[in-house]
Design a protein around this ligand. Structure first.
Ligand SMILES: Cc1ncc(COP(=O)(O)O)c(C=O)c1O
Length: 462
């Protein structure tokens, strides 16, 4: 019926220690099929429970077959590495189990959230930001779109759509969450206008100007410009200043999806990319990407205080009973019950300071440039685009990138992802673990070339 945490703690420590040891000797898990996993593990739930000690044994087995996404062989997604300080904050949040809707039940953690919002907003140039943590960049983008839509059609919140087409403008290289949010909000995917990008993957403001003019002429309602600061594949930054000018001139909500690139704001070399962001109405920033905090840790920031409350507050006299709205973040959230994603970020940031994140960005950028040099030097590799930030996209002579990346994983050599640039598969390499030694980068390329030479690449399932 019940397991005391104090009694379970030694098991937890042993599980974590075992995992860390195994991760060192087996940094890539060769993938097993679902059938093989189900056969190997006793995952089924029964009418009767089993002793916790037996479950702990099974947990050891589960950990042993879990893909290793924090090892020094993982370059597959826009996160990587493991920050012990952040993990401590994450673990404590689970132990405390404060739901982040009211000051009454979350207390000091509400103050931590307010402090983080203020600090992150200030870094983006906001004077008096409002903000709330969400379960990821996709939902931060959704929140931005909800506010943009409701501001464009004020009656919509109560009466629903008046039948006019609501238009969202985003670059052809932007993240799929924009399309998804449009589909979820009844705006419709067809009303997401994909604006052309230049050769570096940045939105072309002139193309956007034309698209807006054509839509106005057709009687459509321009609702939101979504600019991306750090695109998913190329790591490109849309030109924010001209987009802010355009948004202001046209009276359209400007949202900046800085889910990925937001953390580069710590480094002075990249500040120019952020010029104009302080004029955005809302911003998405994921700390779980470049800041190395465990998933999920995303914030939606809003320039004008009051917008989140205006668009997300509902009366609930069984919940919001004490304290002001300011102290009850549930009044500005997409959610009701909400996990504490702020303690881990605060723990990490307090430990490393702004300076730590500045150095982190520097190391990550240096590693990207180091890898870029290897690609330039090696005749079998072809750079597809200059790396705008941290993403390195390249082709490998004689091997299709998608098949090659799959083979790298199946042969236990690395987890790295492919993407498509100009319709062609490319390797998209991202180094987001600042502790990665240079030898690992060398070893990655050696393994990649070896895999390409070996041939017989597996089919990619999708
Ligand atoms: C530019 C961009 N925006 C949004 C997202 C979605 O973030 P999340 O995975 O936290 O929902 C991603 C994810 O990679 C992204 O690259």
């Amino acid at each position: 019926m019940h397991v005391e945490l104090s009694e379970a703690l030694p098991a937890l420590v042993a599980l974590i220690e075992g995992h860390l040891l195994r991760e060192r000797v087996e940094p890539v898990r060769t993938p097993l099929s679902p059938e093989a996993l189900l056969e190997r593990l006793d995952l089924a739930l029964g009418e009767q429970g089993v002793p916790f000690g037996d479950v702990v044994e099974q947990l050891h087995e589960v950990l042993a077959v879990t893909p290793t996404t924090a090892s020094d062989h993982f370059f597959n997604q826009l996160f990587g590495g493991r920050d012990g300080a952040a993990v401590v904050g994450e673990a404590l949040a689970g132990v405390l189990n404060n739901s982040m809707y009211t000051y009454k039940v979350a207390g000091v953690h509400v103050l931590i959230e307010l402090l983080l919002v203020k600090r992150m907003g200030a870094l983006m140039g906001y004077d008096e930001p409002e903000g709330v943590f969400t379960p990821g960049g996709s939902l931060s983008n959704l929140a931005g779109m909800v506010m943009a839509r409701n501001e464009a059609v004020p009656d919509l919140m109560d009466r629903g759509s008046d039948g006019r087409a609501l238009r969202i403008y985003t670059s052809a290289d932007s993240h799929y969450s924009i399309r998804k949010a449009a589909s979820m909000l009844g705006i419709g995917r067809d009303n997401v206008v994909k604006v052309a990008v230049d050769e570096r993957g940045r939105m072309v403001p002139e193309a956007l100007t034309k698209a807006i003019a054509a839509d106005r002429a057709a009687g459509h309602v321009p609702v939101m410009i979504n600019a991306t600061a750090g695109t998913t594949v190329l790591g490109a930054f849309d030109p924010l200043e001209p987009l802010a000018d355009l948004a202001q001139r046209e009276g359209i909500w400007l949202h900046v999806d800085a889910a990925y690139g937001g953390s580069m704001v710590f480094h002075p070399d990249f500040r120019a990319h952020f010029a104009g962001i302080s004029r955005a109405d809302s911003i998405t920033w994921d700390a779980h990407k470049m800041m190395g905090v465990p998933l999920t840790c995303s914030v939606v920031l809003v320039r004008h205080k009051g917008h989140l409350t205006k668009h997300f507050n509902e009366t609930a006299d069984y919940l919001f009973q004490d304290d002001t709205d300011d102290l009850n973040p549930g009044t500005r959230s997409l959610q009701c019950g909400r996990r504490n994603d702020v303690l881990k970020l605060w723990t990490a940031w307090k430990t490393h300071g702004d300076e730590g994140y500045r150095r982190r960005v520097q190391v990550l950028r240096d590693n990207t440039l180091y890898a870029r040099e290897i690609v330039e030097r090696e005749p079998r590799l072809e750079l597809v685009r200059e790396p705008e930030s941290l993403n390195l996209c390249f082709k490998v002579g004689g091997a299709r990138a998608d098949k090659l990346c799959t083979a790298m994983n199946r042969r236990g050599r690395a987890m790295v992802g492919h993407a498509f640039v100009d319709g062609e598969p490319v390797v998209r390499l991202v180094f987001l673990d600042p502790t990665l030694p240079r030898e690992r980068i060398d070893a990655f390329f050696e393994a990649l070339l070896l895999t390409a030479e070996e041939g017989e690449l597996p089919e990619v399932s999708r």
